[in-house]
Design a protein around this ligand. Structure first.
Ligand SMILES: NC(=O)c1ccc[n+]([C@@H]2O[C@H](COP(=O)([O-])OP(=O)(O)OC[C@H]3O[C@@H](n4cnc5c(N)ncnc54)[C@H](O)[C@@H]3O)[C@@H](O)[C@H]2O)c1
Length: 353
């Protein structure tokens, strides 16, 4: 029996329909003795009634600010700008440990309130592998959008939908021409998702991972019609594409989807564009003749909120009952303290260790 009180918050971002915990997994936690409070949320893909039926308490949207001090607040994306002091422990993607804009402000809010950020990106096993991630669906959507664009069937703006609808549009129909596709980072979560989406579209992609890019064959890369980049770069490598490759008259490549979206980072393997695309304008033309279209959307899994939430939740729910016993959560907390030190943020005496 665990004494954990989890508080699932409403997401401040109005386009965010995902949740880190779906009702069926909420039920498992309640049955394991966790106290679970779920905030009402108009956009969450799962209705509040399903959480209620699973034995969760219900609270108004945004009421986590006055939750009991020992409650652990669970969410996905950024917190609202208020309150200035954060006394709770929060589980979410903080994007605050790589000197991102706003990182220091967020960490200072935790330090001022005595709370802590347990960043989901840093929830890892003993070997440093992520325990809960959205990568599969990012890759699935990246490849799906690339196929639709290549076949002239991508309509903007993009809106969240169901996998059934997406797959219906993805399937090959009479008159669709064959084309070649390349997935780089093919052995990872996103790469696997990309490969599955290509299969649904009737395309058998070339798959490259570390071994195939060590001695990069750019002409071979440029000989594919469509490329999906799904690598997780951890140390700098020569870029997969440079400006001069885009001007190569022998280029067959017409559609490029960058799932990785490391634009601006020293680790970027595709330094051929300077800003991401988005749901309103998913595609940017990088070259006119021959055409080269770019898709670089950094919130792809939100387009399939049900599937991506269910997948993520099924991994996270295994970790939550272990919350009080250190292990991955202890490492998350250590990483938070380290990030505070790196940014010169002094934590108060009342830290929730
Ligand atoms: N656009 C989005 O919405 C979105 C969502 C989730 C994740 N992502 C990003 O997608 C990327 C992949 O995430 P993941 O969860 O699949 O990671 P992962 O660790 O599961 O897989 C990454 C793969 O890339 C390979 N790789 C690393 N360097 C390589 C290189 N130089 N050449 C070839 N292969 C290489 C690795 O061997 C691994 O197989 C990350 O950068 C992540 O931040 C984007």
């Amino acid at each position: 029996m665990t004494e954990l009180h989890l508080w699932l918050r409403h997401e401040a971002r109005t386009t965010e329909r995902r949740t880190p915990l779906v009702p069926s997994d909420a039920r498992r936690l309640v049955e394991a003795g966790v106290t679970l409070t779920v905030e009402r949320s108009p956009q969450r893909i799962f209705p509040i009634e399903e959480y209620e039926a699973a034995g969760c308490g219900v609270a108004p949207a945004g009421s986590w600010v006055s939750a009991p001090d020992d409650a652990v607040i669970l969410g996905l994306k950024e917190l609202p700008d208020e309150p200035a002091e954060l006394p709770h422990r929060h589980i979410f993607f903080g994007h605050a440990y790589k000197r991102q804009p706003g990182a220091e402000t967020l960490l200072r809010r935790f330090a001022a309130g005595g709370g802590a950020l347990l960043d989901l990106e840093y929830l890892v096993d003993d070997d440093g592998r992520r325990l809960a991630a959205f990568g599969f669906w990012a890759g699935y959507l990246g490849a799906a959008l690339a196929v639709l664009q290549h076949r002239g069937r991508l309509a903007a703006p993009l809106t969240p939908g169901s996998k059934e609808e997406l797959d219906d549009r993805l399937r090959r129909v009479d008159g669709d021409e064959d084309f070649t596709a390349l997935v780089v980072g093919a052995l990872g979560r996103s790469g696997r998702g990309a490969r599955v989406a290509f299969q649904v579209a009737g395309i058998d992609p070339t798959c490259w991972d570390l071994a195939e890019t060590r001695d990069l064959d750019r002409p071979a890369l440029l000989a594919h019609d469509v490329m999906v980049n799904a690598v997780l770069a951890t140390s700098p490598v020569p870029p997969f594409l440079r400006e001069e490759d885009l001007d190569d008259p022998a280029r067959r490549l017409r559609t490029l989807c960058d799932v990785t979206c490391d634009v601006g980072s020293p680790l970027n393997v595709l330094p051929v564009y300077d800003r991401t695309t988005d749901w309103d304008e998913p595609v940017r033309r990088l070259r006119k003749e021959p055409p080269l279209d770019l898709i670089a959307i950094d919130n792809l899994p939100s387009l399939l909120p049900r599937e991506s939430s269910t997948d993520f939740s099924s991994a996270l729910v295994l970790q939550l009952p272990e919350f009080s016993v250190g292990g991955p959560w202890g490492r998350c907390l250590d990483r938070f303290h380290q990030a505070c030190r790196e940014l010169g943020v002094t934590e108060g005496e009342s830290g929730n260790d």
